[in-house]
Design a protein around this ligand. Structure first.
Ligand code: PGA
Length: 255
């Protein structure tokens, strides 16, 4: 965490929670984080719960984001959701390129470059995910994989726009496995990401928020947020429970 970058704590609910469950979560969660300052908080529920989450969080200083979107303004893309549909709802963020989207839904870098562009054009903060598999890490290919994803996915972004992008480093081996990267390992790769962005975009890289994701929980949040380049977290499982996620939001700042 660095003072020039405001921390961002985002919850990725994946395919969990109905509308009543979304409303119940917000009713329990919002009082627990009321008055917490100096950090941004975003909930990313399933698409059918976005409107419920937006209504429940109105005026509470908590943002609502989508988990994916299409890049086209509209069209014959059965099952997909267009940027302007999300904009009309009032969504502020969109997760792009989550490893589950890449793995199970064939989301590729060429599509992601267009999606990042479309998200910026729609006025959203894209939360662009990148990360390596265990096999890639063990083969020493972490930087090649992550660097390649960023080069491709940010191909249509100008330096002036870069600070509007948030990057989430999520090692695939740490997602939903209970196996968190140590804070030092996470810091190391996040610092690499910032260096890579600096090479390409210059000083704008120092204003990009880079999150860590992968088995983040109340028990490890404080140690992660102490790391100088980690500006926040993208939380899956632990964002589903109000008490646990509130504790993550209330991470303790280093003295
Ligand atoms: P996890 O998921 O916190 O459940 O590991 C993180 C993510 O996939 O964004």
């Amino acid at each position: 965490m660095a003072p020039e970058r405001r921390p961002l704590i985002a919850g990725n609910w994946k395919m969990y929670k109905t509308r009543p469950e979304t409303a119940a979560f917000c009713a329990a969660f919002l009082p627990l984080v009321a008055g917490v300052e100096g950090r941004d908080v975003v909930l990313c529920p399933p698409a059918v719960c976005l409107e419920t989450a937006l209504a429940a969080t109105r005026g509470a200083g908590v943002g609502v984001g989508a988990q994916t979107m299409h890049f086209a303004a509209e069209g014959a893309y059965t099952g997909e959701i267009a940027p302007r549909m999300l904009a009309e709802l009032g969504v502020s963020h969109v997760i792009l390129g989550h490893s589950e989207r890449r793995q199970y839904f064939a989301e590729n870098d060429a599509d992601l470059a267009r999606k990042v562009r479309a998200a910026l054009d729609a006025g959203f903060t894209p939360i662009l995910c990148c990360g390596e598999t265990l096999e890639e890490r063990e083969a020493g290919r972490t930087e090649a994989k992550v660097g390649g994803q960023l080069d491709a996915d940010l191909a249509e972004v100008d330096p002036a726009e870069l600070p509007a992008v948030t990057v989430a480093y999520e090692p695939i081996w740490a997602i939903g496995t209970g196996r968190t990267a140590t804070p030092e390992t996470a810091q190391e790769t996040v610092a690499f990401i910032r260096r890579r962005l600096r090479e390409r975009f210059g000083a704008a890289a120092d204003r990009v928020r880079i999150l860590y994701g992968g088995s983040v929980k109340a028990a490890n949040i404080d140690a992660l947020m102490v790391q100088p380049d980690i500006d926040g977290v993208l939380v899956g499982g632990a964002s589903l429970e109000a008490q646990e996620f509130a504790r993550i939001v209330r991470f303790v700042e280093p003295a």
